[in-house]
Design a binder for this molecule. Structure first.
Ligand code: SF4
Length: 282
């Protein structure tokens, strides 16, 4: 029996139960209380521990004063993917790991959840905080529509470059859309971030693989610069006995299935990539 073909898809209710969010969003009062704990440190080690150097105390202070839009601006100016990072970053070893509250023997500030609270505020309301810059006449191609290309494209577009993203998948977002377990980040949430980048004037060409559908030489001719966001490689074989048996599945396959369980409505019905991923239902 081929378990890949025979495993029935989960019902919507079962899916929600199995893949419920591990870390729930904060309520406004929870966020206000947590924000009030932040000491607004002068040398803020949390900023240095953040790979994108978000001004953590400033965005938290703005949550405390009820300025969620301003808070989101502080976050997104440093990291346009602040919503997904607020959900998936290993904050316990980054910003929260560096929080001075540890030295006081207290629980570190919940920076990740506060970040999500602020950015979700603008995404929920479709508030577009940033806009394309005045055109500078230069064109840039980004290969791959994952987080690296999205961040690159967002910065370039605001600086006046005309950016096109080429991606072989059916929908953009790369790892954030396809490769993160749904209890951490839903594909829907990834696609909301993609929409922010699209509204900056970035063009997306999906189901286009460079070297197959368009030659690299053509891209070089058509664009002033190329950014290559190579994304994830293939999963490595473990070289364990039985790993190729029927019913043994690679974890990435399982994750893709869980990530798309709720968001398959974004996939065109005739799309082969979507159908391929759709077979990975849990
Ligand atoms: S280290 Fe902790 S208390 Fe200090 S600014 Fe950062 S989050 Fe606030």
């Amino acid at each position: 029996m081929n378990l890949r073909e025979s495993a029935p898809p989960l019902s919507a209710e079962q899916y929600e139960k199995n893949f419920a969010e591990l870390v729930p969003p904060m309520t406004p009062s929870q966020a206000a209380i947590e924000a009030a704990r932040c000491l607004y440190c002068f040398d803020a080690p949390c900023i240095h521990a953040c790979p994108t150097h978000i001004d953590v105390p400033t965005f938290i202070k703005k949550i405390y004063t009820g300025n969620l839009r301003g808070s989101a601006r502080v976050i997104l100016e440093a990291n346009i993917l602040g919503a997904s990072c607020g959900r998936v970053c290993p904050t316990e070893v980054l910003c929260e790991g560096a929080c001075v509250m540890h030295e006081k023997g207290q629980k570190p500030i919940e920076i990740g959840r506060l970040q999500r609270h602020a950015v979700d505020y603008v995404l929920d309301r479709k508030i577009q905080l940033f806009h394309a810059g005045a055109p500078n006449g230069k064109r840039v191609a980004c290969i791959g529509a994952g987080p690296a290309s999205l961040a690159c494209a967002a910065e370039l577009s605001q600086a006046g470059y005309r950016v096109t993203i080429f991606d072989r998948n059916a929908v953009p977002g790369g790892l954030n859309t396809y490769g993160i377990a749904a209890y951490k980040l839903r594909a829907d949430d990834s696609l909301r971030e993609v929409e922010q980048v699209r509204k900056l004037g970035v063009a997306f060409q999906q189901k286009v693989e460079i070297g197959r559908d368009v030659s690299f030489a053509k891209i070089e001719d058509d664009y002033d610069a190329i950014f290559i966001g190579v994304g994830l490689g293939e999963t490595w074989d473990l070289a364990l006995p039985g790993e190729n048996l029927v019913g043994v599945r690679r974890l990435t396959e399982v994750i893709v299935g869980s990530a798309l369980g709720r968001s398959h409505r974004h996939m065109p019905a005739n799309d082969t990539a979507a159908l391929r991923f759709g077979r990975c239902k849990q």
